[in-house]
Design a protein around this ligand. Structure first.
Ligand SMILES: C[S@@+](CC[C@H](N)C(=O)[O-])C[C@H]1O[C@@H](n2cnc3c(N)ncnc32)[C@H](O)[C@@H]1O
Length: 232
């Protein structure tokens, strides 16, 4: 059972939060459309625990992606993970529903081997199979149809291929509260499963037991003290 309580918020400098108070809270897709990801990826906004987590993800991908792989990243944002390992990839495809991120990903990637598609992670318009499907940086924890995303990842990288989720654990709450505050999205509601910010951004975190109940058969490894890597 989810515990939930509200928290008084301070002043909100960011325009997204100002918009939300005028029109009611925004949804996650509207918050992303207002550019949250670009500010969040600026290391200056990141508490040290978050920076360590982002670095641990990169090291994990570095040890997983081998030469010649075909990789699909759902909720790819501006495509940073695929871009980092592009020289090893036979094919890299990123999918994100925020078109401005996809445009930026294409601009950064150049022409060869990487492709970025604007689309929903629950209905990816691709029939091909990949060696690896990823959903990084708690992207899955911001998605509403979690089972739909897992089903698409299973379809796109069927066993014995690899599917990876990287998600926040409960120990992430304090550094995330600080990070979101720095991003102009102070947390106004906290529960045992999620944080909700004044700007309307909702981000979940997970216990191992909840991950097993949502994902089913999987391997779960702690990541950087505040997160989990899930192989399913
Ligand atoms: C936390 S950001 C991470 C982006 C990227 N993976 C990274 O680590 O830089 C989550 C991303 O997922 C995208 N997203 C959220 N829900 C989505 C969905 N249902 N389908 C496609 N993209 C989605 C957002 O637009 C955003 O770019």
């Amino acid at each position: 059972m989810e515990r939930r309580w509200s928290v008084n918020s301070g002043s909100v400098p960011h325009e997204a939060a100002a918009q939300s108070s005028a029109r009611g809270p925004m949804s996650n897709d509207e918050v992303y459309a207002a550019g949250l990801l670009n500010r969040a990826l600026d290391p200056a906004t990141q508490p040290p625990e978050i920076r360590s987590y982002l670095q641990a993800e990169i090291e994990l991908l570095n040890g997983t992606i081998v030469h010649g792989m075909a990789v699909i990243d759902v909720g790819c944002g501006t495509g940073r993970h695929l871009a980092m390992f592009r020289d090893r990839l036979r094919l890299g495809v990123g999918v994100d529903y925020e078109h401005t991120y996809v445009v930026e990903a294409r601009r950064r990637a150049g022409a060869r081997r990487l492709h970025f598609i604007t689309g929903d992670a629950t209905a990816v318009p691709i029939g091909a199979s990949f060696d690896l499907a990823t959903c990084m940086t708690n992207t899955w924890g911001t998605m509403s149809d979690k089972a739909g995303v897992l089903n698409e990842m299973r379809r796109l990288a069927p066993r014995p291929r690899t599917r990876l989720l990287s998600v926040y654990g409960e120990a992430s709450v304090l550094p995330r509260r600080e990070w979101y505050h720095r991003l102009g999205h102070p947390v106004v509601e906290e529960s045992s499963e999620s944080l909700m910010t004044e700007g309307g951004f909702r981000s979940e975190h997970f216990s191992e037991a909840r991950l097993r109940s949502l994902v089913g058969d999987c391997l779960i490894h702690p990541l950087a003290g505040i997160a989990y890597l899930v192989k399913f």
